[in-house]
Design a protein around this ligand. Structure first.
Ligand code: FE
Length: 264
């Protein structure tokens, strides 16, 4: 793929920082590798980061008159947009489940909300963590070449990561389509704030790719146990009574709608 057609029109999120732009009045290029000596713009300055009043060094046409000449980073930008759109659907799906079905369920943690954390492509997989008021799951989403629409809810699959092998459960949702989920926490009573949950989600994503953690044991359970200990230590500091009647831990996958997987 070689960039975008048409004018720039201020859509800075659609071109990559490496995009070479061209004035459509006089055909002068702006190359971020060179910057703009005439207006003292440092080399390495992306077109999107040029001041709003920057204009063509040759004909003074405004920024809006520039179009993409060549964008070496276009594929990355396209892929990031594609992942963002899938993650948006995932969040929308589970936000709807939250409002429609889960709000009045006793085990939910109303201090939390549905939020996607750290979704990106890594080693050929689109992976991230979905935090919600009633679970925290590792989630795998299909990339553009994969069709997961035929996944059977409840099927299990072992997926390998540098830190070990993890069991994911297949599922589908209306907006998201097919996805695979590995339960990290459920319910979410140990988290007092959204930020506590998202911090743990980020830590899990780091640990997942850490080969130093590899062992012939159930790595998901170990990461979960380590993070639980961390959260509990913090919770004890902040609110000594918070853990007294924590419900027994069960892997409630997929918004409590699919079958429950008991962790034994
Ligand atoms: Fe120009």
């Amino acid at each position: 793929m070689s960039g975008f057609e048409g004018s720039f029109l201020g859509a800075g999120d659609k071109i990559s920082p490496q995009a070479i732009m061209e004035c459509k009045i006089c055909w002068s290029p702006y190359d971020p590798a060179e910057g703009d000596e005439y207006r003292q713009v440092e080399p390495g300055t992306a077109f999107a980061d040029l001041p709003d009043d920057w204009s063509c060094p040759n004909c003074d046409a405004p920024k809006e008159q520039f179009m993409v000449l060549e964008d070496p980073g276009a594929e990355e930008v396209r892929e990031a947009a594609e992942i963002a759109s899938k993650v948006e659907s995932l969040v929308a799906d589970f936000t709807e489940v939250w409002h429609a079905k889960m709000r009045d369920v006793p085990l939910v943690n109303k201090a939390l909300r549905v939020e996607a954390v750290g979704f990106q492509r890594r080693d050929g997989k689109i992976i991230g963590v979905l935090v919600s008021p009633w679970f925290m799951n590792l989630i795998l989403l299909p990339d553009a070449e994969e069709d997961w629409s035929g996944l059977t809810a409840g099927d299990k699959e072992t997926v390998g990561f540098p830190s070990g092998d993890y069991e994911f459960i297949h599922n589908t949702r209306e907006m998201t389509g097919g996805y695979k989920a590995c339960s990290l926490f459920s319910p979410m009573g140990d988290f007092t704030r959204q930020k506590d949950a998202t911090d743990v989600a980020r830590a899990v994503l780091v640990a997942l790719y850490d080969e130093a953690h590899r062992a012939d044991t159930d790595r998901a359970a170990e990461i979960r146990a380590a993070r639980e200990a961390e959260v509990e230590a913090e919770a004890e500091e902040n609110a000594p009574s918070a853990l007294e009647d924590a419900p027994s831990r069960r892997a409630v996958i997929s918004g409590g709608l699919a079958r429950e997987e008991r962790s034994t």
